[in-house]
Design a protein around this ligand. Structure first.
Ligand SMILES: Cc1cc2nc3c(=O)[nH]c(=O)nc-3n(C[C@H](O)[C@H](O)[C@H](O)COP(=O)(O)OP(=O)(O)OC[C@H]3O[C@@H](n4cnc5c(N)ncnc54)[C@H](O)[C@@H]3O)c2cc1C
Length: 448
């Protein structure tokens, strides 16, 4: 890809991003505008209307959370999944504050309304409202403290989805029950539109998308053991033309289960984006599901939802590339290296690859071969060096980077994938070496 086409591509993503932001803000604030401007019932104070508006905005933002995590490629493309998920997390606190402010303002102005907090004596509108707020508090607490509370990822994910539906449905019923919130035609129209969009999003995620995936099945073509307790899993499309992805992107994988199942895991493509006959993933044994990879039978049905992500040398091009990988973080970087090799790309590439031991270096032999097909230098960094090892050891730090980056480190494009601590340290070191933030990309495997 030429520099000008890359710039056009980046400009396209930036424009797309701006459009989505505008749509998002409009959807989020419209309820407040409608609540404050349309048909104010006689005798209702500004504060009552304002608190109702806040409740509506909180609900709109919560509803938008479904759109945010619905994996619409067009929404994810300009920002990247990790940025989108980060936003999803942070904005939930804002929505929670708004939802809480709604009854709080009403109760401060009319303390007798505190009685509505008693679910035994309260009317149904208040009970539904209370349920919605409690479900939202539970949802946020379980997400923030999942690991500390020892909640398994799969259990958390199902509970998270159920609680989210409860939050929205009970809030919508609360609005309908309260009645006077939807008395004017504008507010009623808004309530109906919000409910309809919410149902459409649910139907899309739980029904339309799985049906679409069902029509594009894959099968396990091979499962090959690699060094470092990892496996290369190859998938072949059945009766369709496969998937086009950018090197470094990822997909959600379901193996031996229906596309309607919630048992799915994200993995980066490790194969060349130039190959269409099959795709591979490099999967490390990290927990209960990934530990069963080695026993998957050939021919087992699988489904792929993707591609997603912005971690790709095709999205952040430059005159040379520096890759920093740790352990299985080599997966998406292998995809980029293999793709560049298949394309006959001769731009200089440097790979700094950290691993605990020499025997655990995934794709060690293939990386050697790639140095023949690419202008590639591989720097292995080990925690435990074998006898006679003269290469790098320890943490990748500023000095180690400075030894290998050569002149003008600011001109290269950097792609990092590995343990969170390693990526943070390398990013800081790169900043010290005057590398602009826009030249550094990373993929985080540990999102939740
Ligand atoms: C964008 C992205 C790309 C990834 N690419 C790779 C890759 O190429 N190779 C690789 O080995 N690993 C990759 N991972 C990590 C991989 O998804 C998890 O290791 C795997 O899902 C663990 O599943 P488990 O049930 O075996 O482990 P568990 O013991 O159940 O979970 C271990 C940890 O993995 C995370 N996790 C578990 N299930 C999921 C899930 N469905 N979605 C997201 N996170 C989950 C949780 O933080 C959990 O605490 C990637 C993760 C992300 C987010």
């Amino acid at each position: 890809m030429s520099d000008s086409s890359t710039e056009r591509g980046s400009a396209g993503f930036a424009a797309q991003g701006v459009v989505w932001l505008v749509v998002y803000v409009l959807v989020a604030v419209t309820p407040l505008l409608v609540a404050l401007t349309a048909d104010p019932p006689p005798g209702r104070s500004f504060w009552v209307e304002f608190s109702v508006g806040l409740g509506f905005v909180g609900l709109a933002v919560m509803g938008l959370q479904f759109a945010i995590v619905s994996r619409f490629s067009a929404v994810n493309a300009p920002f990247g999944l990790d940025a989108v998920l980060h936003y999803h997390r942070e904005i939930s606190y804002v929505a929670f504050a708004m939802v809480l402010a709604h009854p709080a303002i009403l109760m401060v102005r009319r303390p007798e309304l505190l009685e509505l907090l008693n679910p035994v004596t309260a009317h149904w509108a208040a009970r539904f409202g209370l349920t919605s707020v409690l479900a939202l508090a539970l949802l946020i607490a379980a997400s923030v403290w999942r690991k500390r509370l020892g909640i398994r990822y799969e259990v958390w994910r199902v509970t998270h989805g159920l609680l989210a539906v409860i939050v929205i449905v009970t809030a919508l019923v609360h609005i309908e029950q309260a009645g006077y919130y939807v008395d004017g035609p504008w507010k009623r129209a808004l309530w109906i539109a919000m409910s309809a969009v919410f149902i459409a999003l649910l139907v899309n995620v739980r029904l339309v998308k799985p049906i679409r995936l069902m029509r594009r099945p894959w099968e396990i073509a091979s499962v090959t053991p690699e060094r470092g307790s990892a496996w290369t899993v190859a998938l072949r499309p059945i009766g369709h033309d496969g998937v086009r992805f950018l090197p470094g992107q990822f997909a959600w994988l379901r193996v031996d289960t229906s596309p309607f199942s919630v048992q799915e895991h994200p993995f980066s493509f490790s194969s060349s984006a130039e190959r269409t006959d099959e795709v591979t993933f490099t999967i490390k044994e990290a927990g209960d599901w990934t530990s069963t990879i080695g026993s998957i039978e050939l021919g087992t049905r699988a489904y792929l939802d993707g591609p997603f992500g912005v971690f790709s040398c095709d999205r952040n091009e430059g005159p040379r590339f520096v890759f920093v990988a740790g352990g299985v973080g080599i997966g998406p970087i292998m995809s980029m290296l293999r793709t560049l090799a298949d394309r006959g790309d001769r731009r200089p590439c440097l790979l700094i690859y950290g691993n605990p031991t020499w025997d655990g270096v995934i794709y060690r032999e293939e990386l050697d071969e790639l140095t023949e097909r690419l202008d590639l230098t591989v720097v292995h960094v080990l925690d435990e060096a074998p006898e006679g090892w003269e290469g790098e050891t320890g943490f990748v730090d500023r000095n180690m980077l400075a030894r290998h980056l050569g002149e003008r480190p600011d001109r290269a494009r950097y792609f990092m994938c590995g343990p969170t601590a390693m990526m943070g340290a390398v990013e800081d070191a790169l900043h010290e070496l005057a590398v602009p933030g826009a030249h550094i990309d990373f993929e985080q495997f540990d999102l939740v």
